[in-house]
Design a protein around this ligand. Structure first.
Ligand SMILES: Nc1ncnc2c1ncn2[C@@H]1O[C@H](COP(=O)(O)OP(=O)(O)OP(=O)(O)O)[C@@H](O)[C@H]1O
Ligand SMILES: [Mg+2]
Length: 485
């Protein structure tokens, strides 16, 4: 109990006699419990609290007062002004002494406690004095806790706002507006979602936004790229294992589903999940339980699943590469993210957005984009979608000019992976431009161009990795190093 702080009361009571009885009851504790103000009608209490709610910890209010505003309505209004303030209601003993529903209604409206006044012939006390004092101390403790909870929620919400401000979905096209309203709508429920769209359209961005706008926002958002998990490790990555489950299991390992418990799991490139892992995933969705390797009992998990793919998953089902039952379980809510070439009106906004962020990062002023430079950006088909546009703008941002010209854009399109011209022709254009770069930079450009070229000839990362003769995890690591992912 908190005995070293002053507790400030607002008394809402219209009978002088009862004001006196309240004063008498708390008298032995007057050093700690102070009646700061006494008002006789509800509207005055509200006016006072609006002006200075920080000066009060607890409101003690008579249930029946003159002036209209009283009872549950007054309780709700006080809680609207300050959710942390605690309210103790005192009522005449003659009414509702044995009516549990009445007390229950007051508590539901937001009151902390409820007591019936002593009969009128007891002058010294309003209510059993130790009970009365104890309820004031308890109310005060609750006030402190609620205030702390409010402050830490505010901090958490601030962090979430920060995350969302870095994960803005830029664009004003009808397609993006529709996407935004889908995100708002679907973030409010728990249905599994399947996001489709070509590479680089923003599928992961949509998933992140849904998670941080949902009730699960304070919990983990776990990303799994199904294409980059080595097949023999999928089960232990997803579900974990107990110590000693197999040779080499020297300690217990948490599975990604456990880490995501109460939060959201993002299964990227879901089409790449091998059939065996698909059936295990189906069981998790159906039963809400995971089977950990080396453990008898199942573990309950509550995870929202958002899956994404740039393949046509229905076609994968037809071809028997993807389980039909799993497809329906994942595709409860479908979201399609359209390719950039179908919403070119977004390009100027995206250009501005990426210029802002790259120039801020590099600590320089944002250059202006010349009209004919913008024309090229608008005409181009963007096979690598928003990611390709972002890479082009990043490359242009390294220039030190105040304006971005058509040739800046052309150069960036030539030297960057992502044009739909043949790779060899692009490399030749680079040589013809006469620019000499250090080998390390050129190597990165060549590798990046070639990786993206191969990626464009493939339907998925997994297929691109195969064509390049690389294991998917290595392919992913190299893409990250090259700044393609
Ligand atoms: N509308 C948008 N506004 C701002 N940034 C965007 C937008 N769409 C995509 N981006 C950015 O483009 C990049 C690619 O987006 P993201 O990774 O979400 O695409 P994806 O569809 O998951 O691609 P892939 O299929 O290749 O995994 C990210 O850096 C993302 O932040
Ligand atoms: Mg992605």
């Amino acid at each position: 109990m908190i005995y070293n702080k002053i507790i400030n009361l607002l008394l809402v009571e219209d009978e002088e006699y009862d004001v006196r009885r309240v004063r008498n009851t708390i008298k032995p504790f007057e050093e700690m419990i102070k009646i700061r103000e006494v008002v006789s009608i509800g509207t005055h209490a509200i006016e006072l609290l609006r002006k200075e709610n920080n000066n009060f910890d607890i409101v003690i209010m008579d249930y029946q007062i003159a002036g209209g505003l009283m009872g549950e309505e007054l309780i709700k209004k006080i809680k609207e002004i300050s959710p942390a303030i605690q309210i103790i209601v005192i009522t005449k003993m003659t009414i509702n002494i044995s009516n549990f529903n009445f007390a229950d209604r007051l508590i539901k409206a937001g009151a902390f406690w409820y007591c019936t006044k002593y009969p009128g012939d007891i002058e010294d006390f309003i209510y059993q004095p130790t009970d009365f004092i104890m309820s004031i101390f308890n109310a005060f403790e609750k006030k402190i806790l609620e205030q702390e909870k409010y402050r830490s929620n505010k901090k958490l919400n601030k962090n979430i706002e920060d995350i969302l401000s870095q994960k803005l979905i830029v664009g004003k096209s009808k397609e993006i507006e529709d996407l935004r309203s889908q995100i708002e709508r679907y973030s409010q429920n728990n249905a599994n979602i399947l996001i489709t769209g070509r590479s680089g359209t923003g599928k992961e961005l949509v998933a992140v936004n849904i998670h941080y706008k949902s009730l699960r926002k304070y919990e983990n958002f776990v990303v799994i790229n199904c294409g980059s998990l080595p097949h023999d490790l999928i089960e232990s990555e997803l579900f974990g294992y107990e110590k000693g489950a197999f040779t080499g299991a020297t300690s217990r390992k948490l599975g990604l589903f456990e880490i995501a418990n109460h939060g959201t799991i993002f299964l990227d490139e879901i089409a790449e999940l091998p059939l065996l892992a698909q059936s295990k995933l189906l069981r998790v969705i159906q039963e809400g339980e995971i089977e950990k390797i080396g453990r008898q009992e199942k573990i309950k998990v509550n995870v929202r699943i958002i899956a994404a793919t740039n393949k046509n998953l229905a076609l994968e089902v037809n071809e028997k590469r993807f389980r039909e039952d799993l497809f329906y379980r994942l595709n409860v809510v479908p979201i399609h993210v359209p390719s950039l070439k179908h919403r070119k009106g977004d390009i100027p906004f995206l250009v501005d957005h990426f210029l802002n962020s790259f120039c801020t990062e590099l600590g320089k002023n944002k250059p202006t984009v010349e009209d004919n430079a913008m024309e090229i950006l608008l005409k181009y088909e963007w096979p690598g979608n928003v990611r390709e546009l972002m890479n082009v703008i990043q490359r242009i941002s390294f220039n030190d000019e105040r304006t971005i010209t058509a040739s800046d854009v052309n150069n960036a399109l030539i030297s960057l992976p992502g044009t739909n011209r043949k790779f060899g022709a692009r490399v030749m254009e680079f040589f013809n431009s006469g620019e000499v770069l250090q080998w390390q930079e050129m190597e990165k450009i060549l590798k990046g161009s070639y990786f993206t070229f191969v990626r464009q000839q493939s339907d998925s990362d997994a297929e691109a990795a195969k064509k390049l003769g690389l294991a998917p995890p290595n392919y992913h690591r190299m893409c990250k190093e090259l700044g393609i992912k």
